[in-house]
Design a protein around this ligand. Structure first.
Ligand code: 7TS
Length: 405
């Protein structure tokens, strides 16, 4: 059975009728929909076990703490992390990368360099800009070439003895390019730099193995991988986390506090100040269990087939330009395109009228769009519940757009 045939009934929202048509949800890269298992796990928790974690010894306090820490074990296994205390819960990818940039900023000096790429989401740019500005460090970017790949020859020239951090998206949220992060990580490590990966568009769609990825930090969001909003993960290599001072403080991230100083808690709690997203961690457990049951290899295969179908179907429509790698090689579960002479917002509004949800705009990747020479694109993106028929409905709707506008 195809993955969408197996999963669709688990997603209540897919029963919606939008503008008189059965919903075609092609905006999973912005946020995925949620299976009943996730919604019910969170409701069950609030109805039966809610309390704060790591502080109260009453029964509910213990239950909530156990469930929250069990989520860490689930995530550790899901991403192949060597140790559970390397898994830090955050509020999302943006929060994880900001936490990391704030923390690493404490180690940067004037003249140090942070290397990013031109295809980064703003969440993997702005936190580094802020860190660099505070410390007098410099930001450099690996160019994008051809159909949307990183220029790896330029990478070698851009990594210098001053490069402290290299931070790269695993999968581009606009181009769908899957970047060779292990190879980039090897080169970063050879120069003594810390390798950071923005996995927001990878974690929901492919099997991950932190022990083999040649990176030191990996950030992703729960809400893009069938889980709730408000939770994310920052995985970090223990040897590095251990020597970093936390940049954010308060609450249970300490062992002891005096008026003018504090002794910080062990990993990972040292980097989790404040009441964490508890119900969200429990929802994330359910999402990870759901994905594991499907099998991430199967998820990648299903979405890869949809991407190939979409590239082929859209690229043959007159006036439609598809961005990103064209060949049938694996690409991420997103496809951005332009319709000649039409603003992306008009394209998205027209498609919405047909019941088809896509995103239009700069996708928080303005430097990349400058390179592509467009102010925005329209983007279709897929999840485990996306069907070939959804892609077909998009492809059949597009040719009628000019007559309709
Ligand atoms: N990094 C990448 C590559 C992303 O695609 C996104 C979100 C983020 C970071 C930020 O994730 P957040 O959960 O903290 O918001 N990308 C998109 C998108 O493509 N459309 O809406 C959000």
């Amino acid at each position: 059975m195809r993955l969408d045939e197996q999963t669709r009934a688990d997603f209540p929202i897919l029963e919606r009728i939008v503008n008189g048509q059965p919903l075609v949800y092609l905006d999973s890269a912005a946020s995925s929909q949620k299976p009943r298992a996730v919604i019910e796990a969170m409701t069950r928790y609030y109805e039966r076990s809610h309390s704060n974690v790591h502080r109260s010894i009453h029964t509910l306090g213990e239950e909530a703490t156990e469930l929250y820490e069990a989520a860490r074990d689930r995530v550790q296994r899901f991403i192949g992390a060597p140790r559970r205390d390397e898994v830090i819960f955050t509020r999302g990818t943006t929060d994880g990368l900001s936490l990391l940039a704030d923390t690493l900023a404490l180690t940067l000096s004037a003249g140090d360099e942070v290397l990013v790429t031109r295809m980064e989401h703003h969440s993997n740019l702005v936190p580094w800009q802020m860190a660099a500005q505070r410390r007098g460090a410099t930001i450099k970017a690996v160019p994008v070439v051809g159909e949307g790949r990183l220029d790896l020859d330029a990478l070698d020239r851009l990594i210098t003895g001053r490069t402290r951090v290299v931070s790269v998206a695993h999968v581009s949220n606009v181009l769908g390019t899957i970047n060779p992060v292990a190879e980039i990580g090897r080169r970063a490590h050879a120069a003594g730099a810390i390798m950071v990966v923005d996995g927001a568009q990878a974690a929901p769609h492919m099997a991950l193995d932190m022990s083999r990825l040649e990176c030191d930090f990996y950030a992703f969001s729960g809400h893009k991988m069938l889980g709730p909003t408000g939770i994310g993960v920052l995985w970090g290599r223990r040897e590095i986390l251990e020597r970093l001072e936390p940049a954010r403080g308060g609450s249970e991230m300490i062992k002891q506090v005096w008026i003018d100083h504090a002794q910080y808690n062990d990993l990972p709690w040292r980097f989790e100040p404040g009441t964490p997203p508890i119900a969200e961690a429990i929802g994330l457990t359910a999402a990870v269990e759901y994905l594991e049951k499907l099998g991430m290899e199967r998820v990648a295969e299903h979405e890869g087939a949809l991407a190939a179908q979409a590239v082929e179907a859209l690229a043959t429509i007159p006036g439609v330009t598809v961005f990103g790698p064209r060949r049938a090689e694996p690409r991420g579960a997103v496809i951005a395109f332009a319709v000649e002479g039409l603003h992306p917002h008009d394209v998205a509004a027209y498609l919405d009228g047909e019941g088809i949800a896509v995103r239009a705009g700069h996708h928080c990747a303005q430097p990349l769009l400058d390179f592509l020479g467009v102010v925005g694109t329209t983007r279709a993106s897929f999840g485990v519940y996306t069907s070939p028929d959804d892609v077909d409905r998009l492809a059949r709707a597009l040719p009628g757009i000019r007559a309709a506008l």
